[in-house]
Design a protein around this ligand. Structure first.
Ligand code: TGC
Ligand code: FAD
Length: 396
């Protein structure tokens, strides 16, 4: 074992030195975000989460640390970095809270990315700088009340009206919708083809009521999108894509970020469990001295390490443009499930204290229940892998 490993016990929990695979730029980005989370997120997050309130003021700070679209080009409001930088930034944000990582995932991967990738130059110049700087908040509307895992069945639609389209329908479970200035909405045209439409706050007939009563992702605001004969200029339709592959390719970007992000939540739970087990004594010795506690801790760090390596390899393939949707699904599913299991084990190590907000465990655990479901559920990702390895589509 390398000298100094013991002193580094609490330093990021990078057991296999994945840091050694990162460049100077990755490490600088990682440290900047880690410091920002410690200063701006950790001191307030339990309180906001407790009150089920979104810390909106963090949007500007997220923009300043380059959390919105880290791998998008700088001239379009992104960070101009690579996919691993994007991943490691998501990891550090989710070490703070999944809801804070969500803010960045939605803004960068689900709003800026489709406008950059499928938008006209005019659309890019109009929206991306404001989204990149946090002046505008964006949201992404795919899920509907009756179409979650099967977005191809969506009923939200646009009808031709000269130089406008008329948008009708509703979207459900939309992160940031009540506070969003722009929404990238997926709707079917009169031929039944899915199109991306940029809808702006204030367009008559458009509303975004908040969804209340969530026990998960409480520091993130979630709502509906309701469209009643909304007249949207045709110039707001994304010209560069048609069909479900439009929203699904945005999801590939965001799912990739979640595969990294979940590791951050797991590391924070592990960190808390390790510290607590070394401090808390029962039967005359620290909890960490019992074999059953050591089993839990050893399994946690093993699973975190495997997840880091999965994410890192996925990142190198993503940098070459070779990460497939199936590979991304495997990493999202594995890493989120891993983080949730670690949160549950960490909760046990904290005993009764584990259910309180003195420790971050329950908050992470409750958040991860959403992360397990959004961006494609745990089982949907399993079926995507199943389809990939068998060549048989179980959805049809
Ligand atoms: P299917 O026939 O398989 O595919 C339709 C077309 O899309 C292409 N495709 C992809 N393209 C890019 N990236 C991907 N990941 C892709 N997956 C598929 C595919 O090649 C095909 O292209 P083409 O050219 O042949 O037309 O579609 P399907 O209807 O059978 O659906 C497959 C299924 C079930 C896997 C898909 O619908 C799915 O992934 N469902 C899950 C829905 C989901 O993930 N929703 C997420 C909503 S957004 C969200 O949760 C944001 S959370 C925000 C936050 O972080 O706070
Ligand atoms: P359903 O699709 O009804 O699934 C219910 C259960 O059935 C799941 O366990 C699922 O795995 C299972 N199931 C479904 N189909 C199959 C099958 N073929 N085989 C086996 N099992 C199956 N969406 C957006 O568009 N934008 C957002 O910003 C956004 N943010 C969200 C934020 C939060 C807090 C939450 C909770 C959700 C968010 N979502 C968002 C929606 C999210 O993507 C959906 O909840 C998710 O895709 C699942 O859809 P559903 O909830 O309708 O569940």
């Amino acid at each position: 074992m390398a000298k100094g490993a013991k002193e580094d016990r609490f330093k990021g929990h990078d057991y296999y030195n994945v840091d050694g695979l990162l460049s100077e730029d990755h490490l600088l980005a990682r440290d900047a975000v880690r410091d920002w989370v410690k200063k701006e997120v950790s001191p307030i997050i339990e309180d906001y989460s407790n009150r089920a309130e979104c810390p909106h003021h963090l949007f500007k700070g997220l923009a300043e640390i380059g959390a919105f679209g880290p791998s998008l080009p700088e001239q379009y409001g992104g960070g101009g970095m690579d996919e691993i930088a994007y991943g490691i930034i998501m990891q550090e944000l989710e070490r703070g809270d999944s809801g804070i990582r969500s803010m960045a995932s939605v803004q960068g991967s689900l709003v800026m990315y489709p406008i950059y990738k499928f938008g006209s130059e005019e659309q890019r110049l109009k929206y991306l700088p404001k989204l990149g700087s946090g002046e505008f908040i964006g949201c992404f509307g795919l899920t509907e009340p009756d179409h979650g895992s099967n977005p191809s069945g969506m009923v939200t639609n646009i009808k031709d009206d000269g130089d406008h389209v008329i948008l009708n329908g509703a979207k459900m479970w939309i992160t940031n919708s009540p506070v969003a200035d722009v929404a990238v909405v997926w709707a079917k045209d009169e031929s039944g083809i899915i199109r991306g439409v940029i809808v702006e706050k204030g367009m008559p007939g458009f509303s975004a009521p908040e969804i209340h009563g969530k026990w998960s992702l409480r520091a993130s605001i979630t709502g509906e999108l309701v469209f009643e004969d909304v007249r949207v200029p045709k110039s707001n339709i994304l010209p560069g894509v048609q069909g479900l592959k439009g929203p699904l390719s945005c999801l590939s970007k965001a799912r990739y970020g979640i595969a990294w992000g979940a590791i951050g939540a797991a590391m924070d739970c592990y960190d808390s469990a390790l510290r607590y087990s070394l401090e808390r004594e029962q039967f005359g010795k620290p909890l960490a001295g019992f074999q059953l506690t050591q089993k839990k801790l050893a399994e946690m760090i093993t699973e975190i390490t495997k997840a880091q390596l999965l994410a890192w390899r996925l990142g190198t393939m993503a940098n070459e443009g070779k990460a497939t949707p199936g590979q991304i699904s495997m990493a999202k599913r594995n890493n989120v499930h891993m983080a949730l299991e670690i949160a549950r084990e960490a909760r046990q190590i904290h005993g009764g204290m584990g259910i309180t907000n003195e420790y971050p465990i329950m908050r992470h655990m409750m958040n991860l229940e959403t992360v397990l479901t959004y961006e494609g559920t745990h089982d949907i990702h399993l079926l995507i892998t199943g389809m990939d390895v068998t060549g048989i589509n179980a959805f049809k």
